[in-house]
Ligand binder design. Sequence first.
Ligand code: ADP
Length: 262
Amino acid sequence: MNSKDCPALVLRNVCYRYPDGTRALSGVDMRVEQGERRAILGPNGAGKSTLALMLNGLFRPSSGEVEVWGRVIGPDNERWARRMVGLVFQDPDDQVFSPTVAEDLRFGPRNLGCSEEEATRRAREALRRVDLDWDTLACRPPQNLSYGQRKRVAIAGVLAMAPRVIALDEPTANLDPLAEDALLDVLDDLHGDGVTLAVVTHDVELAASWADKVTFLREGVVVADGDVRLLWDPETVARAGLRSPRWSRRREAGWPPCFPPD
Ligand code: ADP
């Protein structure tokens, strides 16, 4: 298949057991098309974070396979898979650890073999894309930034590697409403640039307002997969151990009220 037409990600019958024997994923099938905005939804312990770690080969399935841009991830293409799929961890402090923001952002490109000049160019561009100012922040230690800024620096670190797919684990956790909006604007811009996005979350409001497609996971099993409108199907969300987005529940309860009152 032409790489222009192939899906961005395919999981086929993926199972994963942790070394202590805990079964985190059982027979997971999922297909994410290029340019899609996919939410992977489920309650705590559903296997979402484990699945995210599968997407670029950081974790390898106990059985089954993960395909990126038409190629099954294996020992011969792991580095390539990590370049294609960038992972943004839930906690930016697991990801941003260099003494300065600039160093942190240059780290990935350097690892890819870029020259110092190219690494700096990519770092600057990545910071611009997350709407942060290089002149103000480049020399600052990441730990002195706000949580929302650290989160955006973590995303910039991934962007500096120019991945085609970005998977984000609970990207809006612990953000205040304006920081959440700013982050969603960044994701919208990336989507506009053709980047494929997969967001792992239990936040049905986030999924409802942002995603095109959804995969519902529960106890390591896909319970439903399809259009975002599945989120408004009470039977599906109940099966997934979640609830419908707030405004759909309010509508069922006769909300919003009529203004002005009749
Ligand atoms: P989610 O992200 O949906 O909350 P996780 O992927 O973190 O779910 O966890 C899925 C299952 O795997 C849970 O039962 C969890 O307890 C288990 N698990 C997660 N990490 C480990 C680990 N390091 N060792 C053993 N079991 C784990």
